[in-house]
Design a protein around this ligand. Sequence first.
Ligand code: MN
Length: 283
Amino acid sequence: MKYLHLSLLLLLLAFSCEKKEPDEPMTPDLEEFNMLMGNPSQATKETSNPNNYLITLPQYALSYNRTRGIPNWVSWYLNSTWLGDVSRQEDFRPYTDLPAGWHQVSNFDYIGSGFDRGHSCPSGDRTVIAADNSATFYMINMIPQAPQVNQGPWEKLETYCRSLARRGFELYIITGSYGTGGTGNNGYATTIAGGKVAVPAAAWKAILILPIGQNDLSRVTENTRLITVAIPNENTAANLSWGNYRTTVNQIEITTGYDLFSALPASIQSVLEARTDTGPTEE
Ligand code: MN
C-alpha cells in the first residue's frame, strides 16, 4: 500500500512536470510577446520622456511621440491565433489614457487632410474578438499616410504577413516612421491638424518570421527570414509591389538611431540586419 502511494505520487509529479514550459506559459503574457524582440528606443512610461513614451496594450506595444502626435514605432506579435472573422470595428478614437494634459489625437485631426489614418498594427491582424480589433483603432496607432501607399504596397505587405501566419508561421513585427513631410491627396504637407500631427517622410517595417514553435528567441538563426521595407510617404505607389522597397534593418537603425531586435545575440543581429530580403512577395 505504501509503495502504491509512492508510485502514484511519482506519476502525478511526472505529469505536472510535463505540462510546464518555462519559456512559453499556457496563457502567454501577450504584452511581453509584443516586445519579445526588444524595445527599439528604450521607451519608458516616464511622463518626463514624452517623445519616447511607452504604451503597452495586450494587442500591441508602442513608443509614442507627443510632439509629433504619432508613434515612433509599434511592435506586435502575429500568429494564426490572432486571426478570426471579426469585421473592422471602424471606431477610430482618441486614446484617453495618455498622461493628463497631452493632446489626444482624434479622428477629426485627420479629416480632410488628404492623408489616410494609416494603421501601424493593422486591423486585419486582430480579428478574433471585437475588443482586440477595436484597440487597433486608437489614434495612437495611426500615422498620416499617403493613400496610395496605405492602400497599395503597405496593405499588400500586411496581407502577405497574414498569409504567412495562416500557413503556420509566427511573426514579430515592428513598424515605424521617420522624417517629416509627405504627399497625400491634397499635396505636400509637413503637419496636419494645425501642427498637432506630423506627416512622416517614410514608413518602415521589419518582420521576423519563424515556423511555429517554442522558445522563439533561441530559435532565431542567421538563416531566419527577416523582411525589412521603407516606403516614402508619397502618393505615387498605387500599383507597386512592396518588394521594390526592401532594405536592411541596418539602414533603419542608422536613420532612426534605434536598435531593432536587440533581444537577439549581437552575432545574429549583425548577419540578419545587414541582409536585404529576396524572398517571395506573395503567397
Ligand atoms: Mn538591432
